[in-house]
Design a protein around this ligand. Structure first.
Ligand code: AMP
Length: 119
């Protein structure tokens, strides 16, 4: 079964695509958590970070160059932003097609909420 992100890549379901090249695609998150919330996704369907291979290094490096470009285009480069990749259950990964979140456009607070920490 293709992932929902593969369906976006194949133009089978709509998305607001902001960048695309031969290795990655970027589109707006459907449930934005911040004024700028964009997902950058390798076109190859890598389920999680645990499944990454050396062959993926070009696409994974591209995530960062595209993140910097998108941050500049959205005027958040100087203020700052957060890049996030969730892996599996403890990180609450929802879509099993590796992706990087770009979160910015407001002060983001601590990386994790203190209340989530065990005693
Ligand atoms: P994660 O928890 O890291 O797997 O995050 C998955 C993200 O994908 C969530 O922030 C969702 O809001 C987002 N998402 C799910 N379906 C879509 C979609 N069709 N278009 C854009 N973003 C989506």
């Amino acid at each position: 079964m293709p992932t929902i992100f593969s369906k976006i890549i194949a133009r089978e379901i709509p998305a607001t695509i902001v960048y695309e090249d031969e290795l990655v695609i970027a589109f707006k998150d459907i449930r934005p958590l911040t004024p700028v919330h964009i997902l950058i996704v390798p076109k190859r369907e890598i389920p999680t970070v645990n499944d990454v291979t050396p062959e993926d290094e070009a696409a994974l490096g591209r995530l960062f160059t595209v993140a910097a470009k998108i941050a500049a285009e959205n005027g958040i480069a100087e203020r700052g932003y957060r890049l996030m990749v969730n892996c599996n259950k403890d990180a609450r990964q929802e879509v099993f097609h590796l992706h990087m979140h770009i979160l910015g456009g407001r002060e983001l607070g601590p990386m994790l909420v203190q209340a989530d920490m065990p005693e």
